[in-house]
Design a protein around this ligand. Sequence first.
Ligand code: UD1
Length: 360
Amino acid sequence: MKVLHVVGARPNFMKAAPVYRAIARSGHEQTLVHTGQHYDALMSDVFFEALEIPAPDESLNVGSGSHAQQTAAIMSRFEPVLLAHRPDIVLVYGDVNSTVAAALVCSKLGVRIAHVEAGLRSFDRTMPEEINRLLTDQLADMLFTPSSDGDENLVREGIAKEKIFLVGNVMIDTLIRFLPKAEQLFPELKEKLSLSGYGLVTLHRPSNVDDAATFLPMLKVLSEISLQLPLIFPVHPRTSQRWAAELKQAGSGLSVIEPLGYLEFLALQKHARVVITDSGGIQEETTYLGTPCLTLRENTERPITITHGTNQLIGRDWEKLRKGVRAALNDDRARKTPPPLWDGMAAERIAAILSQSVRQ
Ligand code: UD1
């Protein structure tokens, strides 16, 4: 079997890494395509290195643009690559523009598509990722879900049950594999960033960082919190480009730094007193690690991180945020059981199902 993987943005890399490794062990031929949606070294190269992913066989170098420009550029550059490689199946990951763009190209050329991390829904169609999820799942031939809510969403949308496979969370496969290595880095990191008790912040969603009326009050309340609990804020390029001056003037307890590598960020998540974020993947990682997570969004496509994990939706309720931080500081961090199948074996299950599907 010839398998082609498409990755493009930072959160794709930790999902594709274990799947690539598991399929390699099954002996199938593999091609890795990087769309170039994320291109800065700190958003891309450092992840390939840390996650031990081989260099891409094909780089589409699409770069940034409006949604239409970026999606269209991926489609037109991916089509000839797909035609040249003629894979039996294309694996797409998560919910970024690269995911839906590649799926559309495959579906028009009649190439089978497998979607890893299928079925997640925020039910908020103002999120670009929700549109990407809905469309990719409609186009996919095999849908690998991380949790049973994903299966329920897909069945409700009319996807045939035979196409859906509950395999668990591939991002947690990566976390389990690399946590010991991340832990080794922590003492040095602690010294470099002069850490004792600290919180960790990430913000990059357009709905939070694009408008002054939303972002500036958020920054103000974070600065205020940082007087009680120092906050480390590795800033996504989208946020740093827009708010360079404001971030420079943020309170002294708020350390604004460049994006971190996978291992460094994982170590910081593990040891943080609390994580404040609008990311999807971080809600899952903190759930696994048992670190309290306060999500600055009104909804989540990962409800299992609330029912089984440490996540709490804060929206823009600053009193709730302050309360959440206070509660986290008093938390004894009793380790909860991770959600079912978040056990480090999700990619193995995917590889086994793919191998089985060729034999049929
Ligand atoms: C994308 C995903 C989002 C994911 C996030 C993780 C979509 C619709 N969004 O958002 O789901 O959570 O990645 O990081 O696919 N930029 C750089 N260097 C880079 C990449 C981006 O400077 O390497 C800047 C550019 O100004 C660019 C902006 O960030 O215009 C946004 O990049 P883009 O890929 O459009 O979306 P993200 O916000 O990164």
